[in-house]
Ligand binder design. Sequence first.
Ligand code: GDP
Length: 315
Amino acid sequence: MYSLKGKRVWVAGHRGMVGQAIARRLEREECTVLTVARSELDLTRQAEVEDWMAQQRPQAVFVAAAKVGGIYANDSLPATFLYDNLAIEQNIIEGARRAEVEKLLLLGSSCIYPRDASQPMVEEALLTGPLESTNQWYAIAKISGIMLCRAYRRQYGSDFISAMPTNVYGPGDNFHPEYSHVPAALLRRFHEAKNAGAESVTVWGTGRPMREFLYVDDLADACVFLMENYSEEHHINVGTGRDISIGEFAATIREIVGFPGEIVFDTSRPDGTPRKLLDVSALCSLGWSAQTSLRSGLEAYYEWFLKNHGQLRGN
Ligand code: GDP
């Protein structure tokens, strides 16, 4: 058990959806949250990161900083997804060793698993087969991050862990029409179609792929839980253990937004991985499970969107 109470805790990537949620969740932990603006610290520059960490002396670090994006972004910006993510991870991890950080949690994603991994995907499925090509760049960077945490634990005894969440949505998401993930893209598209009185909304692919969706505040809660209760070399999955087809997911969003029109599938767009459901039994056996149902999470998501629409990133 590692207590965050009274600690200096750096949330790297505090402007992103996950980092914001972790910072919100840490308000209940009686710790000092450290953050730094992108304009003051470029996480891809090693010397800057090491200097900043040496000065600030964080005791615990959540690595929520990453170049992220949906299926199209990943596929069309391969160098950015690979280079930026590798650089961010290695700079923060090595910086943490030098600054004698007590505990570090690295966040990744369920796309680290082989495209054809058997479902639900257990942690041991890592590196047992070829990756899905649309997100291989991001996946390779995140697999390297997991390996860095393991290697630092073995060689230096660093208490660095990694958590692999499933697809996440919630307040602070990026609503870019092309580069976002499916929840943000569809929420925005249905909302705009409703306002415009459009007859239909287009959903990419066949609607048949299966995805698991986790509300970001649940993920933040899991991260704090793991920081305090998990200290193993193996990465650990974070999800709900339930999935839904993209077609059904789109229909649920249509209902929440109140769009009366049709859903049209654009099969010229890629489906990506056919299914990626996480096996969350390791996390459950530690005593944590997700509390937000998909329905209530999506309702809160839409409410947040309506309040913040107009000042959103990606507009
Ligand atoms: P993935 O889980 O890494 O494939 O990432 P995404 O969230 O980008 O896509 C999930 C699934 O939703 C894929 O099968 C996409 O083809 C499908 N999808 C349907 N409509 C959209 C959309 O408008 N944007 C995105 N990003 N994906 C969509």
